[in-house]
Design a protein around this ligand. Structure first.
Ligand code: G1P
Length: 298
């Protein structure tokens, strides 16, 4: 069966200014590849989706250019004996990626709805672009939870300290089991919750739990109809979380507790720098990286 993933990428990237004045934050490199390519490759992993739909803004044509073939450039590289480099450039253009455009920054829910016509009437994934999971196992686990619960919607969640709940979407619910072959309960990695409520960016005293929505969603197509008339919520933005809260009146939803350190955060300059360091230490260039760091004290 075919399945699609929506990757919202129309944000302003204000946390990374001034770098993002001319370069979309999605194209900032982690080692030698743009952040968004890790997210696309995660979505397309074996057993994953067949196509990624990037929700872009007209102000960031560089993202579409990055995923388009540039045969002249590839041939020039090959002529100079740079075949490996040419292959890397070509690989990005061969990824099954298509684009829709969000004309106004009205919120995550609005961005997701911009891709409504592309997902037909099938369940789909949403992968937020400032976090990626190198093992590419997250969507597979979420699909497993969905299959175990009558193809219900599934979101990934993780524990967050109380003083940070107002930065995220927070779930209400109760633990009802765990991933196959994993012994986990409560907020432990691998625990599965039945979701009974969702709140976007609550004040600490209003947070129904300490589990936040990490940015990986497997959603029922019904959400697109609910997003069509979703009114603005937190931050005066059309929130995906609010439409999901309404979905609960009609359908079941589950949450899989993940270890956020299984993935790499690139959402702030500090997290992005740490992700680069983590991946550099795991790469072929680990020794060169350590040497380049020199005697820096960690
Ligand atoms: C979005 C979602 C929020 C989620 C967060 C994860 O918020 O609305 O529910 O917890 O992503 O990063 P944003 O970061 O766009 O404010």
């Amino acid at each position: 069966n075919t399945m699609k993933a929506i990757i919202p990428a129309a944000g302003l990237g204000t946390r990374f200014l001034p770098a993002t004045k001319c370069t979309p934050k999605e194209l900032l490199p982690v080692i030698d590849k743009p952040v968004i390519q890790y997210v696309v490759e995660e979505a397309l992993a074996p057993e994953g989706v067949d196509e990624c739909i990037i929700v872009n803004s007209h102000d960031k044509p560089q993202i579409e250019a990055y995923f388009c073939a540039d045969t002249g450039f590839e041939q020039m590289l090959e002529k100079r004996g740079k075949n490996k480099e040419a292959a890397k450039v070509r690989a990005a253009a061969e990824l099954p990626v298509s684009f829709v455009y969000q004309n106004e920054a009205l919120g995550l829910g609005h961005a997701v709805h911009c891709a409504a016509e592309k997902v037909d009437d099938e369940p789909f994934f949403v992968l937020l672009g400032d976090y990626f999971v190198p093992s590419k196992q997250m969507n597979i686990k979420m699909a497993e939870v969905s299959r175990a619960h009558n193809n219900a919607s599934v979101i990934a969640v993780a524990p967050v300290p109380e003083d940070q709940v107002s930065r995220y979407g927070i779930i209400a619910g109760e633990c009802v089991g765990s991933l196959d072959g994993v012994e986990a309960s409560g907020e432990q990695t691998g625990a599965v919750w039945k979701v009974t409520g969702l709140v976007e960016k609550p004040a600490p005293q209003d947070a129904p739990s300490h589990l936040f929505i990490v940015g990986r969603y497997l959603l029922s197509p019904r959400i697109m109809e609910l997003l069509a008339d979703q009114t603005p919520g937190a931050g005066n933005e059309i929130q995906l979380t609010d439409a999901m809260e309404r979905l609960l009146d009609e359908e079941e939803m589950y949450a899989l507790v993940i270890d956020p350190m299984e993935g790499c955060d690139t959402g702030t300059p500090a997290a992005w720098a740490a992700t680069n360091a983590r991946l550099a230490l795991q790469s072929d260039a680990a020794d060169a990286f350590k040497e380049a760091l020199g005697t820096v004290e960690l």
